[in-house]
Ligand binder design. Sequence first.
Ligand SMILES: C[S@@+](CC[C@H](N)C(=O)[O-])C[C@H]1O[C@@H](n2cnc3c(N)ncnc32)[C@H](O)[C@@H]1O
Length: 208
Amino acid sequence: MLPRSASDLAPAGKTRPRKKPDELRFLHSWLQDPLRTGAVSPSGRALARMMASYVDPALPGPVIELGPGTGPVTAALVERGIAPERLVLIEYNPEFCKLLKQRFPGATVIRGDAYNMETTLQGLVEAPAIAVVSSLPLFTRPVPERRSLTEQAFRLCVPDAPFIQFTYAVVSPMPLDEIPLRAHRSRRVWRNIPPACVWVYRSPQMNG
Ligand SMILES: C[S@@+](CC[C@H](N)C(=O)[O-])C[C@H]1O[C@@H](n2cnc3c(N)ncnc32)[C@H](O)[C@@H]1O
């Protein structure tokens, strides 16, 4: 049976309690580092599925996830048909990294800074990625860093790959007048606290 959420990927032998502990873990992380955590609770299933829906599992190659946290989007990617072995996860919080390694044993979990992703991933990603899926709280970072994030992401990807990002805001977290990108916005996912939408960015050049 496919996993329904990150919590379903708990180690064998344990019952499935898990939503509450994940929320507490998240709240704890937010209290320690609110700007980096960027949310007080993990994304809900509807939002995670919306993120994953923009990844085509039929394309060969890895999928890079930035800021996976406790893993709700990761679980949705697995549910969508991306084998954990194809997932490369960059997470800053060491406690979340430990949890991700338990929940997604086949995935590559890297404790590092997504804003240095090219350096962080050196030698770890053998083929170009088919998508970058980000839950990073972008508004807390200056625009040049956000621009660099997309530029690095597209250099690590196949041509025309999507950079998928959720936001609670009503405006694009990549300011499109300053960062030239092709962009698509999803409908708002109301079944999330708070409601959010997903932006899909692509390089302005079709070849990458
Ligand atoms: C808004 S939370 C999203 C977590 C999860 N993907 C979800 O949807 O519930 C943002 C996550 O990004 C991580 N993060 C923030 N800045 C980061 C950075 N520079 N590099 C890697 N991870 C980062 C945080 O630790 C946190 O887990």
